[in-house]
Design a protein around this ligand. Sequence first.
Ligand SMILES: [Zn+2]
Length: 924
Amino acid sequence: MVDEQVRIWRWSRRTLAVVDEWVEDHRWSMNMWKSDSDQEELRPWSMARELPKFSHSFLSLYCEEWGPISSFLRVACPVIIEKIKGMLGVFQWTAHIDPLNYGVFIKHLSAQMIHSVSTSHQINWRPRLRGRVICCSMELSFYFGSHSSYSFMGIFFCLLLFTFFRNSRVVLADSEYLIGLGSYDITGPAADVNMMGYANTDQIASGVHFRLKARSFIVAEPVGNRVAFVNLDACMASQLVTIKVLERLRARYGDLYSEQNVAISGIHTHAGPGGYLQYVVYIVTSLGFVRQSFDVIVDGIEKSIIQAHQNLRPGSLYVNTGEVDAGINRSPSAYLNNPASERSQYQYNVDKQMTLLKFTDNEWGPIGSFNWFATHGTSMSRTNSLISGDNKGAAARFMEDWAKQKSFGTQSHSSHVAASGTHNNQQGFPRRVSSIIPPVHENSNKLKELVSSFKASGGMQLSGPQSIVQRVRNTFSQGSQQNFVSAFCQTNCGDVSPNVLGTFCIDTGLPCDFNHSTCNGKNELCYGRGPGYPDEIESTRIIGDRQFTKAVDLFNTASEQIKGKVEFHHAYIDFSQLEVTVSSSEGKQVVKTCPAAMGFAFAAGTTDGPGAFDFKQGDNQGNPFWKVVGSLVKAPSKEQVDCQKPKPILLDTGEMKLPYDWAPSILPIQILRVGQVVILCVPGEFTTMAGRRLRDAVKEVLTGDGNGEFDNNVHIVIAGLTNTYSQYVTTFEEYQIQRYEGASTLYGPHTLNAYIQEFRKLASALLTDQNLHDQGPQPPDLLDKQISLLPPVIVDSTPSGLHFGDMSNDVPINSTFKRGDVVSATFWSACPRNDLLTNGTFALVEFLDSSQNWVPAYDDDDFCLLFKWSRPSKLSAQSHATLEWRIPQDSLPGVYRFRHFGASKSFLGSISYFTGSSTAFAVV
Ligand SMILES: [Zn+2]
């Protein structure tokens, strides 16, 4: 045994020496690639050409030490080669390599092989490289994608697979994962489109507070399973979006990503453009389907997953939990109907726990975090018209900026590509007050002189959308390191409001009626108040800040490492007619769920948005989509009325199929597992108690049978509003009260029990490694049936003599502002639907640096800068863009100006791009 250890030690050292030499030899060529790495597409081909030489060295060292290749390998080779060729077909065109990672990759690869060989020789010995020893055979196939010399590759690959097969148990028991994060802009149309969430016909987007993102993580076993989780700054996931994203992933990666292991979850902001869902009832107020909303979300999710995939590197995960005070129960009377014995187990009537995952790259340190915490995305009210990620989007923005200041992730501050007509500073600009960098322009006379020398530029044409890449934050990672990604995900927020001051009548200022949330019998007067009341942006900031602050705390103190398998299970369930076994005082009983239906209390809305969805007769005059579908409303059958009791049915959506399905009946449920963290993906909004019951049921299954795989320390989180949307889920007892959440629990009183029954099955499958590939019925793809009634942009114009980008209301000449002041300027503009400026910006605050260059300081992704768009009248072709900046306390004193970007449409339909800047002003 000792001999064997010495042998492996000797062999691994020699192999490592070869690897080091190889990497050293190729450093020059890697640097060459670095210099032109602004081209996104790199050239893996020449790298692949080098690989056989390396594998040859490796192979000969192996044979020298252990003799000729075993007979097993000779038999297995042809089979394995066939398998590899199959994989290559899929991977061929996805070859995308960061050359800077290549040396690292080769090192990891060889270290993994040494590890594999040593363990396959059944030696109780840990190679000294434990800790960085990891690689993924899937990734390896990239390198073969375009190479023709299969024979060498085959042998090399066989050796790799052979050793993996022989010790896969050992590899899997290792605590390490490959981790990749990604983020991409999904900001939809900032004009004319109804906002998703409040279903308020009058809430039409007209500007941007800050941008929306799709943020993804992928965790993969070195060889084996992987899961991808996407957090979407949107009201909820959409079945159609999920279907189309999965189609694209399949085309790109084959079976690597599917509905089984990809989850797409919405944060529940009520301030994002709607029209991207497929079922009729969710697109009434958006005048049907809105292609532009839909496309930008599908594109952004796909790109964020691609980024995460390309960023996969060896890393570690940590989990931490703590309490946040950022929500109150908005239906306490329903909560109180839950059994007293159950309620007494909990201190609060909402879940205050935040569960945070911290992602750490083995080489670079912290690269991001995802957390789950329950509170509605309704800090911004039902009359807000600015696109916003609400409190969770704000928290994510704060934390990513915090990480940048801490220099996690990308080291460089920012990179600015010059827009035509502007000067720029490639060095980047520190946006916040720093003790290292002294304030520029200290002399106030000098400041005044500078301010007076910069007048508004007047509107200028730009050559194309590529000219509008000027922004403060990078989309793509610079150099070798990825950007820090921080996501604030939604969980069982069904009855949780961020309007924590309570509910008050807007006429009297007195608290609303406790049971009905009414004022003198009227629900439309009762509103919840956020902590910044009456300023909803301030409320959003405060609730966002509370989540951000706790997340940073949990991030900094996370010490519990995540260890164990990566697994997943998924099933499609027909919730319209599911038999559910429930226990009652009379013993076990089989009950059924019902086709979807919405109760009367649904129309009353909630205290976050009263009177949310008015379907009453006579009120449908203004909505053309409602005119199309309203006549198709159908009376519920007797069976349905009985099934849904005590819910009085307002809309029998589950039985309404014209012009196409009004509500979903087939829902996806899914469990993702990474070590001791288990994520339950549900397609709806569970109330506090409903969520607790589901988590407890799953925990009971996982920790019950004494199989030892999970102990009491398993972390179970619910990912709400995931993969599709089917409104609310209350407990049976809360359902009896029929508040908004009960009225919106679609499948009848036993909806929650149906979820619990089906999730128990998924949880047992985790324990038994059972394959649940019987997927049941598939949800429909209704893309071709969608009706869109939102009129297109016809044309944009300016008054004669004026240009797009000219000032309509400039900053006063020679003006000076203090931090905390609000300064604004208005430009002649065009409809933002002409181009979403994805990864660009409509608004900039520029700063005059010490060498008299204008550099971007704040853009439309900043919390302090608002882009407000408006038309003088509904049918006018003219429009205004107002940029409003609340000067932050940490901004640098100096000279600033506004810059606006936009895109206009001509009569013939062509799109032109423009910009313009305001008169300069001073901040002291
Ligand atoms: Zn909700």
